[in-house]
Design a protein around this ligand. Structure first.
Ligand SMILES: [Zn+2]
Length: 204
């Protein structure tokens, strides 16, 4: 799993099979394209290689660069439960970043969660998308064919309070969809999902 962390937030990339193109998963903070490109270089990638992008949810630390990627010709997919979260994100960004340009909604490619697997297969990426809406209603997790799950801001299962059914359900859905390791956005470690506990590893 290609990734880097910028301002304590990870961005991930998958290479399309047999192609020189990348799918970006989560797109960093607003107005940080220069830093983003520099970090990409440090992991052996180039900004120009990004052909597609998805985000785990529309909060500004995860989707802040979607508008800039779109304007560079990147195809940005938006899942059915995510569209309505964009307005709120952009209101918050607008208060904090004077130079932010809004997302051109017309350019977003809408995808249902059910279609996602087939769509990604079509671009050479083996992946599933699961709704994991504990953190926010628009949150999804992106699970690769190897079992790496980019989970955005989903809290670890160990944080579940007694009776916290939804968090347990989110993790159960991940496991059922083949997730073996979880890659949170703001923590350097990943959690092994087998068994479904908090087996943290420092490998990274
Ligand atoms: Zn976040």
């Amino acid at each position: 799993m290609l990734n880097f962390s910028n301002h304590n937030t990870s961005c991930f990339f998958l290479r399309a099979a047999g192609l020189p193109w990348l799918l970006a998963i989560d797109a960093g903070w607003p107005c940080t394209l220069f830093e983003y490109a520099r970090h990409m270089k440090s992991i052996g990638c180039a900004l120009e290689e990004i052909r597609w992008a998805v985000v785990t949810h529309f909060h500004m630390d995860h989707a802040g660069l979607v508008s800039e990627l779109l304007s560079r010709g990147v195809t940005c997919f938006v899942f059915e439960n995510q569209l309505e979260a964009i307005d709120a994100m952009e209101r918050t960004i607008g208060k904090n970043y004077a130079s932010y340009r809004t997302i051109d909604r017309e350019k977003l490619v809408r995808v249902s969660l059910r279609e996602a697997q087939g769509l990604f297969r079509g671009i050479g990426v083996s992946a599933r998308v699961v709704r994991t809406d504990y953190h926010s209603t628009d949150s999804i997790s992106f699970i690769t064919g190897e079992g790496d799950a980019v989970v955005g801001d989903l809290p670890p299962l160990e944080n579940a309070m007694p009776g916290d059914r939804r968090l347990r359900e989110n993790w159960a859905a991940l496991q059922e969809s083949g997730a073996r390791r979880a890659w949170p956005a703001h923590a350097p470690a990943f959690y092994s999902l087998a068994p479904m506990t908090d087996n943290r590893s420092t490998r990274r």
